[in-house]
Design a protein around this ligand. Sequence first.
Ligand code: SF4
Ligand code: SF4
Length: 196
Amino acid sequence: MEKVVIISDYENFVKKICYLRFLSIFRIKISVGYKKAIYETSKEKHPEEIDMVLNIVDILNVHHKKDKYSLIYDYACDYLDNEFQKNNWCCFKNNMCECNRNKPKEYQTSSCCTRTSTRKDCKYLDEEKKRCSIRCLACKLFVCNYLRKKGIKYTANKVPYLKYFLSPRQKLISNYSFFKPKEEIIKSWRRFYKLP
Ligand code: SF4
Ligand code: SF4
């Protein structure tokens, strides 16, 4: 069975998510009707403003639990990468973030992936690419005090894919499972399973 949900914008779609999650339990395939066109997946060419809508539809249309969680995880990481990049929150210059540039020299490191006390990089930091090799979701949600004071803060409840698909326990796990790879976090999510 198939259901085409007609939407006018993202907010309008969000109001229907509970209903769509219910349909998804019965494996009803969901598509989106927007501006007289029908879209089945985010993989097809679509207007930029419904990108997030189609990502959520992708998640609704996956029924194998492990695959569904994997997609939620990847879309949440992409969302956070994009947020930090487009807003340039950490403002790296010469391989040092703004927070560290504002510290006295003896406390400076390159970023929060390096310990101040030992000056050792996290074992998951890819030295060559200068980025996390495991895409740790909790680390992506983490914002240091310096940025918090500027009003920048992320939690699982602020990321659409996590907000609509995870239980409160699973959100807590997402917020605090630092230095853990995707597989481990998904394993913990599954212990507090809630998805249909
Ligand atoms: S979150 Fe703060 S400490 Fe971590 S990289 Fe960004 S600015 Fe630096
Ligand atoms: S696990 Fe966390 S601290 Fe370690 S490299 Fe990745 S983002 Fe940095």
